[in-house]
Design a protein around this ligand. Structure first.
Ligand code: GFB
Length: 318
C-alpha cells in the first residue's frame, strides 16, 4: 500500500489564501485532515531559498500540496511577463528543492493549461507538451510552469522523489481575483455585470471577439482532484484536470449576463487580445484513474456570484 496522507499527517499547502490554495485547505478540512500547515507571504517569501529552506527545517512537512504562484489573466500576463517568469520560477525552484532536502514524502505541483502549444490538436493530450510554439500573451508564465513540471520529473529521476504534477484548466470560484485589470475572464465578467447593474449602465464591454473557447473547472472540484491524486496517483506523467467541455466566451458572457444583470447588453472591445483560440483538455487519463468533476458551469457561476456578493467589500482593486 503506497504511503498516503493519514488524518494527522503534516500537510503544507503553499498559497493557501489564493483561489486554489483556499479551496485545497477547505477540502482537507472536509476530508478530516487535522494537521494542515500554511504560511502567509509576510511569514514566508517563497521566492527566497534561504527562508524556504529554514521554514521547511523548522516545520518538517510530510506532504506538500504546492499551489502557490503568481497568476493572472491575459492582460496581466501580457503586461508583466518578467514578474510572472521570475516569481514562478523562484517559487517552484525553492519549494521543490526544500521538499527534497527535507525528505517530504510526496508533493503535488500544479501547472496550468496554458503550458500546451497554442495551436495543438483539441482536446489537448498530456503528450502534446513541448510539441509546438506557445501562446504569446502568456509565454513567460507558461515557460515557468513548464520548468516546474520538468523539475518534478528531474527530482523523481535523480533522487526518486514522489513529486507528481497536474495541469488544471481555467479555474473559478470563491476567493477568486475580481480585479478588472489582473483577473481571469469569468471573475472579470461577474464583476463587470455587477458593477453595471449597480450603476444602472445598460452596456457591458467584453474583451476580444468573444469567439475563443475556454474550459472552466469549479475550484472546489479541482481541490478534490488534487487530494484524489495525492492519495491515488504515483506516476511520472502529468495529469490534465478539467471538465472535458468548453464554451465560447460570447456564450459565457451571455450566461453571466442572465445571472447577474439580465437587462444589460454586451459590446466587444476588439482592441483587446483573444489569446489562445481554444484550450480544451483531454481528461481521459484522469477519468481512467477514477475521478471526474461534479459542478456544472451554471451552478458554479451562481455559487461564485453568491460568494462575490457576500464579500463585496473585499473586492478592492489589487
Ligand atoms: O481568462 P483570460 O484572461 O485568460 O481570457 P486565458 C480568456 C478569454 O476571455 C480571452 C476574454 O479571449 C479574453 O480576451 N475576455 C473577455 C476577458 N473579456 C475579458 C475580461 O474582461 N477579462 C479577461 N481577463 N478576459 C490565461 C493565461 O489565459 O489562462 C494564464 O493568461 C492562465 O496564464 C490561465 O494559464 C488559466 O484563458 O486567455
Amino acid at each position: 500500500m503506497p504511503d498516503v496522507m493519514t488524518s494527522h499527517a503534516k500537510i503544507f499547502v503553499s498559497g493557501h489564501r489564493g483561489l486554489v490554495g483556499s479551496a485545497v485547505v477547505r477540502q482537507l478540512q472536509r476530508q478530516g485532515f487535522t494537521n494542515v500547515v500554511t504560511a502567509t507571504r509576510q511569514e514566508l517569501d517563497l521566492r527566497d531559498p534561504q527562508a524556504v529552506r529554514q521554514w521547511f527545517k523548522d516545520h518538517r512537512p510530510e506532504f506538500v500540496i504546492h499551489v502557490a504562484g503568481k497568476v493572472g489573466g491575459i492582460n496581466a500576463n501580457a503586461t508583466e511577463p518578467a514578474d510572472f517568469i521570475y516569481d514562478n520560477l523562484m517559487i517552484h525552484a525553492t519549494v521543490l528543492r526544500a521538499s527534497y532536502e527535507c525528505d517530504v514524502r510526496k508533493l503535488l505541483y500544479l501547472g496550468s493549461s496554458c503550458i500546451y502549444p497554442r495551436d495543438c490538436p483539441q482536446p489537448i493530450k498530456e503528450e502534446y507538451l513541448l510539441t509546438g510554439p506557445l501562446e504569446a500573451t502568456n509565454r513567460a508564465y507558461a515557460v515557468a510552469k513548464i520548468a516546474g513540471l520538468v523539475s518534478c520529473e528531474a527530482y523523481r529521476t535523480q533522487f526518486g522523489c514522489r513529486f507528481i504534477s497536474a495541469m488544471p484548466t481555467n479555474l473559478y470560484g470563491p476567493h477568486d481575483n475580481f480585479d478588472l485589470v489582473s483577473s481571469h475572464v469569468l471573475p472579470a465578467l461577474i464583476r463587470k455585470f455587477d458593477d453595471a447593474r449597480r450603476a444602472q449602465q445598460s452596456t457591458v464591454t467584453v474583451w476580444g471577439t468573444g469567439q475563443p473557447r475556454r474550459e472552466f473547472l469549479f475550484v472546489d472540484d479541482l481541490a478534490e482532484a488534487c487530494l484524489f491524486l495525492m492519495q491515488n496517483y504515483e506516476g511520472p506523467d502529468t495529469i490534465n484536470v478539467g471538465t472535458g467541455e468548453d464554451v465560447m466566451i460570447a456564450e459565457l458572457a451571455d450566461t453571466v449576463r442572465q445571472i447577474v444583470y439580465p437587462g444589460s447588453e454586451i459590446r466587444y472591445d476588439r482592441t483587446k487580445p483573444d489569446g489562445t483560440p481554444r484550450k480544451l483538455l483531454d481528461v481521459s487519463r484522469l477519468h481512467k484513474l477514477g475521478w471526474a468533476h461534479r459542478t456544472p458551469l451554471m451552478e458554479g457561476i451562481r455559487m461564485t456570484y453568491q460568494w462575490f456578493l457576500e464579500h463585496a467589500s473585499q473586492h478592492q482593486r489589487r
